[in-house]
Write a protein that binds this ligand. Structure first.
Ligand code: AFD
Ligand code: MN
Ligand code: MN
Length: 397
């Protein structure tokens, strides 16, 4: 009969074996805030360099075999760029993951995209969405990841109600174009870039829009897209219960959508979210997309991405330590302190030794950040890319 410690160790190894988290292509290129951008010499300036960096992160962590693509930035030629992406997949050994349409930066989207009062602009947005569905289909990607930045800045300037109906129409038409292996993930965000109302502002709006679009539409939870104090793990439990959780964009925040490193501000919250996921059935878990959505404005891009994946693995390992059978009994019996101790003791445990052991058993470096430092990869890409990143010339994506 295995001891409790052996059972816990087995849960951690199983969890680490299943854990996958997708990398954002935009996390490797120069980004900034609305106040400016600090250009990094080693930042990726082409989609090939993004694949190269993603492949380095996956090689050192073993947990990131896919990279999310932003259609306008990574496939500026649309579907005609698919062969080039397929060649990069083959060359670097990481695959295209979720496809992210871009309905937030072109001038005609000033008053919105799929919620714009102009039917012509809504049609233009729909065409981009349908092109993105086609790109996803051609690349064999499962998820179309929709972030709609639409909204308004002042009361009375737009009909919130009319905009709902316009979004429903476009999302339903987009859903109808999905093939049997595709899904569309509807992301929500309370504010920014709009500051009075955002058309898809919370999980309830995203849920209802997804439901009305069709059965292949699910909700995407970006951990940075909630007001202060929101109980995100409760939202996760509800979406799991409703079969509506498509996945996550992971990052951390102190104040707003800060896109900080996952777990850097509130690791206990990530642990609680991961506990809800590990408490779900294996079938539910396979349908949940774990994706990083962060901008590393000051940290080195590749180093920050490896730090993020390592942190995610450690927090997932902590959540796996929870003896969920015992916890369920304690919760059922309302043994409050015992249940809390059963739960939080797992969070306090230092899992780095067991994660290092797992890494070595899987042929991975025990310390991915140390391995990166010793690899000379950062020095190499700095030499190769510095001239293209000089001054403000650094590309946004
Ligand atoms: C920004 C948005 C949103 C979106 C991401 C990628 O806030 O999170 O998912 O860009 O387009 O972070
Ligand atoms: Mn996001
Ligand atoms: Mn965001």
């Amino acid at each position: 009969m295995p001891s409790n410690a052996e059972r816990a160790s087995e849960r951690v190894w199983t969890a680490l074996d299943e854990f996958r988290i997708e990398l954002p292509s935009w996390g490797f290129s120069n980004t900034g805030t609305r106040f400016g951008k600090f250009v990094q010499a080693a930042a990726a300036t082409t989609v090939e360099e993004k694949f190269c960096d993603a492949a380095q992160v996956h090689a050192l962590t073993g947990a990131s075999p896919t990279v999310a693509l932003h259609v306008l930035w990574d496939l500026p030629g649309g579907s005609s760029d698919v062969p080039a992406i397929k060649a990069l997949e083959k060359q670097y050994g990481v695959k295209a993951g979720s496809i992210n349409p871009n309905l937030f930066q072109d001038q005609e989207y000033k008053y919105g995209s799929i919620a714009n009062p102009s039917s012509d602009i809504r049609q233009r947005a729909l065409t981009h969405l349908l092109d993105s569905v086609e790109i996803g289909h051609a690349l064999g990607s499962r998820d179309l990841s929709l972030w709609i930045a639409d909204g308004s800045n002042y009361p009375g300037t737009q009909s919130i109600r009319n905009r709902i109906g316009w979004m429903e129409e476009v999302l339903a038409t987009t859903h109808a174009a999905l093939n049997e292996n595709q899904r569309m993930l509807v992301e929500y965000k309370p504010f920014e870039p709009c500051f009075y109302h955002t058309d898809i502002a919370d999980w309830g709006m995203a849920l209802e829009l997804a439901r009305r679009a069709g059965p292949k539409a699910k909700v995407l939870v970006d951990t940075g897209h909630h007001y202060q104090g929101t109980n995100i793990e409760q939202i996760v439990a509800w979406l799991l219960h409703l079969g509506a959780l498509g996945g996550f964009h992971f990052n951390d925040r102190k104040y707003a959508d800060d896109d900080l490193t996952l777990g850097s501000i509130d690791p206990y919250q990530v642990f609680r979210i991961f506990h809800e996921i590990l408490n779900a059935s294996p079938e539910e878990r396979t349908s949940i997309a774990f994706m990083i959505d962060q901008s590393h404005n000051l940290k080195g891009k590749v180093k920050a991405m490896i730090q993020t994946v390592v942190t995610a693995q450690e927090l997932y390992a902590k959540a796996a330590l929870v003896d969920r059978e015992l916890l369920a009994q304690l919760q059922q019996g309302c043994a409050l302190v015992e249940a809390e101790e059963c739960f939080r003791t797992a969070f306090w445990q230092d899992v780095r030794p067991i994660v290092r052991e797992w890494r070595q058993a899987r042929g991975l470096p025990a310390d991915p950040l140390k391995a990166l430092a010793e690899s000379g990869y950062i020095e190499k890409i700095t030499r190769e890319r510095a001239s293209r990143n000089s001054g403000a010339a650094g590309s946004y994506a």
